[in-house]
Design a protein around this ligand. Structure first.
Ligand code: SF4
Length: 362
């Protein structure tokens, strides 16, 4: 880091571990990429030192889980989405319990401990479908954490079931729901959401579902999908809203950001490159000073950038992810095995360790 950069007041603040504001985040955003990476790496060390007894930067975690997309029928038609189908499409589906069991059997056979289950907003599925599904999985696979249903899905359930979100989350929790994925966050700024997903829940609704879930004892992750129509200021506002929400509940376990993948979607936007991804993730690590874990996004960026992202604030390599349907529908299809993750993490100079959904080493 050259002297001009290291003497800047905002860099001093980052090195002191102090909280930065939106204007300072813009300043950091314009730093040379390598310098920003160094600062993010330092803040990662600060965030993780407590968890690993002073070994802040040595360990990189990952989880063995799989995605299950229980239905692709959806009436939200997000412009960035290549996954959804209507009932008129020949390839629309709702998975049966047998099909879901087969997927979980495969996961369990490689030592997997979690399913990430999300789907389209299918108006034909009532509350009994979900409760049966959760009860069934919990009884048959008690060792598997059910990480399922993003905030937009909960808002959709509230409309279809005509029930408050809090009641639905409570019923789902009793039936086996273990935690909530941060899907559908995109950019938590309504003017952006209205352009890319006008029928999806608002920023306030997204955050409100998470607040309710945290207060009912369920943890969640948070996400950001960027590089489409939003500005840098919008990305920072997104981070600001998450930071405030985390100050309130402390219920977010991790943050994951990825770049918009345009293939087969209606959204006309030029995708951003890997440097922009690394810059944004590094900024998120510094801004989100109350988030302990940041996941690198090799699914959209590829494994090599996923490795480099570990030097730009990330401390987690995500998951083995035996199956991925949403991002791959939009043209990206990176896959890795458990052995490859271990190799990629070791090659980057870290000790690979498996974790559970709560980022405890297992
Ligand atoms: S992103 Fe989700 S809510 Fe939007 S169209 Fe795709 S499946 Fe539906």
């Amino acid at each position: 880091m050259n002297a001009t950069v290291s003497e800047s007041p905002v860099v001093e603040k980052v090195l002191e571990g102090s909280r930065i504001n939106a204007a300072e985040a813009i300043e950091l955003y314009h730093l040379p990429l390598a310098d920003l990476g160094q600062l993010a790496d330092y803040r990662r060390q600060l965030a993780k030192a407590k968890a690993f007894g002073g070994r802040g930067n040595e360990i990189v975690t990952y989880i063995v889980d799989r995605n299950i997309n229980y239905t692709n029928v959806c009436n939200v038609y997000c412009k960035f989405c290549a996954f959804y189908r209507t009932e008129r499409d020949d390839d629309h589906y709702v998975l049966s319990l047998d099909q879901i069991d087969n997927k979980i059997d495969e996961l369990v056979s490689i030592g997997g401990i979690q399913i990430l289950m999300q789907g389209g907003h299918n108006p034909k599925l009532g509350i009994d479908y979900y409760l049966d599904l959760l009860n069934h999985i919990r009884e048959k696979y008690p060792q598997v954490n059910i990480h399922a249903f993003s905030p937009p899905e909960f808002n959709h359930f509230a409309e279809v079931f005509r029930m408050p979100v809090s009641e639905i989350i409570l019923k789902f929790k009793e039936a086996g729901l273990g935690s909530i994925p941060g899907g559908g966050g995109e950019i938590l700024v309504d003017k952006v959401r209205n352009r890319i997903a006008p029928l999806k829940c608002s920023s306030d609704q997204w955050l409100h579902v998470m607040e309710i879930a945290h207060n009912l004892g369920l943890n969640s992750s948070a996400t950001m999908m960027f590089g489409h129509v939003e500005s840098i200021e919008d990305r920072i506002e997104h981070l600001e809203r998450l930071r405030q929400a985390q100050d309130k509940t402390g219920g977010y376990t991790a943050f994951i950001c990825w770049t918009f993948q345009p293939e087969n979607t209606l959204l006309k936007a030029t995708p951003v490159g890997s440097a922009e991804y690394l810059r944004t993730q590094a900024l998120a690590r510094i801004y989100l000073d109350n988030f302990e874990n940041i996941q690198s996004s090799w699914v959209t960026q590829g494994t090599r950038i996923g490795q480099i992202a570990l030097r730009y604030g990330a401390n987690d390599f995500g998951s083995v992810m035996m199956e991925e349907n949403v991002v791959s529908s939009a043209g990206t299809s990176y896959r890795v095995t458990r052995e490859e993750i271990e190799l990629l993490v070791s090659e980057a100079g870290y000790e690979p360790r498996t974790r559970n959904n709560w980022y405890e080493l297992v």
